[in-house]
Design a protein around this ligand. Structure first.
Ligand SMILES: Nc1nc2c(ncn2[C@@H]2O[C@H](COP(=O)(O)OP(=O)(O)O)[C@@H](O)[C@H]2O)c(=O)[nH]1
Ligand SMILES: [Mg+2]
Length: 312
């Protein structure tokens, strides 16, 4: 399966809900009136596109269609797509990958279960495909022995080196050692896995700040990417998490995972609207190929195919 097919299949539940709602609203020719707009609005809200984004789209839609008639859902879709893509203007952002012989360092942040460790493994596979041979994992989630083991298993599978200390060790020291090792031995990529337990939020944030501080100092420059992994199915919760992390460590971007396991794939819109941070990668499944760079037009096309002759 190509990435586009994976993206489409990952977003299938969201798409079915959205298209179903639009088709129901537009069965047979409809006059464009308040009631029709409200029905379209409800379909967007049900897909988790978010109240503000939806209202912005509906207002624009109302203006552009004023006084006319709509034949069917098909006639509406190209316009809706255009408006959805507009909402994501500026959301794309390429993932840093240094070309100056220095290791590229990625700090991977997020709450437990958001997909950090899996994402690190997927990223390592991508970097391998790009010809990177020396990939180093830093097991800085020292809070749980199982977390270190999980990363170790992935390291073996994808052929990465693993830097770890004992369970309970200082995460800053682990991250420092990994970066130090990369700098002194020609490592090309360093991926730092971190803890995500929220029960002790203050300590976690202090711990993450310390990792950022010691690594920045050793590098003599900021960490290349400070990425927050968000489980797209957690909706509003993802937003408040992002704010907390961004306060502790200025993020360079977001990674949205699990867009496949929900009918609420539209969550990407409120997340971007609120945070205005580039979405560097999206995950639509558990396989290594299911993590890819985010392209707004591609995403919207997968969400609402057809209507312009190029969809399926
Ligand atoms: N369906 C789906 N599952 C995912 C995705 N990304 C991660 N997962 C799953 O989410 C669970 C938690 O992932 P993990 O990497 O251990 O999260 P961590 O606690 O943040 O390190 C695992 O079962 C992963 O397989 C995704 O894009 N789609
Ligand atoms: Mg983990």
């Amino acid at each position: 399966m190509s990435w586009l097919e994976r993206l489409r299949s990952g977003l299938e539940r969201t798409r079915r809900g959205l298209l179903g709602g639009l088709e129901a609203a537009l069965s047979g020719e409809r006059r464009i009136d308040q009631r029709l707009l409200e029905e379209i609005e409800a379909s967007l809200i049900a897909a988790d596109v978010g109240v503000e984004t939806t209202q912005a789209i509906i207002a624009e839609l109302g203006q552009r269609l004023a006084g006319g008639r709509l034949r069917d859902a098909e006639a509406l879709i190209p316009l809706l797509k255009e408006l959805l893509i507009e909402q994501l203007a500026g959301a794309e952002g390429a993932l840093a990958l240094r070309q100056d012989g220095q290791p590229t360092v990625y700090l991977i942040l997020g709450v437990n279960g958001s997909g950090k460790t899996t994402t690190i493994a997927k990223l390592a596979r991508r970097f391998r495909e790009l010809g990177k041979e020396r990939i180093i994992f830093a097991a800085a989630d020292t809070f749980r022995a199982a977390a270190m083991e999980q990363l170790g298993i992935w390291a073996e599978r994808v052929g990465a080196e693993l830097i770890k200390h004992c369970p309970g060790a200082d995460p800053g020291a682990v991250a420092y050692d990994a970066v130090d090792h990369a700098l002194s031995s020609g490592g090309e990529v360093v991926l730092i896995d971190t803890a995500g337990r929220l029960q002790t939020k203050f300590n976690l944030m202090e711990e993450l700040k310390k990792i950022d501080r010691v690594v920045t100092k050793r590098l003599g420059r900021p960490i290349d990417e400070r990425l927050l992994v968000l489980d797209a199915t957690t909706g509003q919760n993802a937003l408040s998490q992002a704010e907390k992390f961004n306060e502790a460590i200025p993020l360079t971007g977001l990674i949205l995972t699990k867009l496949d396991s929900t009918a609420k794939g539209g969550a990407i819109f409120p997340i971007y609207r609120e945070l205005r941070l580039p979405i560097k990668l999206i995950g639509v499944g558990e396989g290594a190929e299911d993590l890819q760079e985010f392209r707004a037009a591609e995403f919207v096309e997968a969400l609402l195919p057809g209507g312009s002759g190029d969809g399926a």
